[in-house]
Design a protein around this ligand. Sequence first.
Ligand code: NAP
Length: 286
Amino acid sequence: MGATRIDGNACGAAVEASLAERIATLPTPPHLAVVIVGNDPASHVYVGAKERACARLGIRSTRIDIDADADYAEVVSTVERLNADPEVNGILVQSPLPSGMDEIAITDLIDPVKDVDGFHAQNLGRLVQGDASGLLPCTPAGVMQMLDWANVDLSGKRAVVIGRSRIVGMPQSFLLAQRGADATVTIAHSRTSDMAALCREADVIIAAVGRSNMVTSDWVKPGATVIDVGVNRVDDDSERGYHLTGDVHPDVGEVAGALSPVPGGVGPMTIAMLMSNTVRATEMQQ
Ligand code: NAP
């Protein structure tokens, strides 16, 4: 691979080291509550990784398991109880919720100063107003941190974000275009025509789609920076029965100037930024 590897584990470790210094100055350690509804295996893996990150940093974590067939009212009352608990600084309701439960309504029930996922309308609204100093969605904030860590100059550069979701693509686009980052951003999605030509003009491509190896080397301008947000489970004959791929084909590494790997790229950064939001929420509350 010719491209520089943008290592999310190394960047995440740097974020954690700076958080440890801030945590040491707090009167009481941050406390994160994670609510998990149902038995989605991937969700349990993600929550486990978040709990391990808390343990590494001395952040107290409490996990609340709710049965998949529980009433919606039980999820609501759990969030309300955590909002009212002065010992809880951050609340995260793990996505996806069982079908029939309104994720956006639950998100908007969380007290905005405890909204460590950064998905509450008030926190997303501040970002749209041009204020990125609050609790930001973890994955797009992690991508920004990686770009900064890798010294990628965004000012005046053309960025294409593939994906327009509430949790990744849309906030990512706002962060890239905000004052200070100053990229010129195009948001692409499933209705975009001639994606390859669009991407070939980009200095920076952020792929957040969920389609294995979609971005191929002929889509990428030589020297461009490519961040792969995608996580796709591909079945194989291994003992585990699957492996993970990104949205970016590995051959892109022959053309790009810098590329983040999957796994070991955006994934660890998402967790590092969750820890960062938990510390920031605690600082705001204390
Ligand atoms: P999502 O809500 O399903 O959104 C996917 C987006 O991709 C949509 O905007 C969709 O367009 C667009 N899209 C679908 N097919 C396309 C195509 N053929 N061409 C162009 N655009 C297309 O997914 P998400 O939650 O944003 O997540 C995206 C990926 O990132 C997934 O693989 C997810 O697992 C991964 N992810 C990783 C992390 C991490 O920490 N590493 C965190 C979050 C998500 P429409 O809007 O037109 O449907």
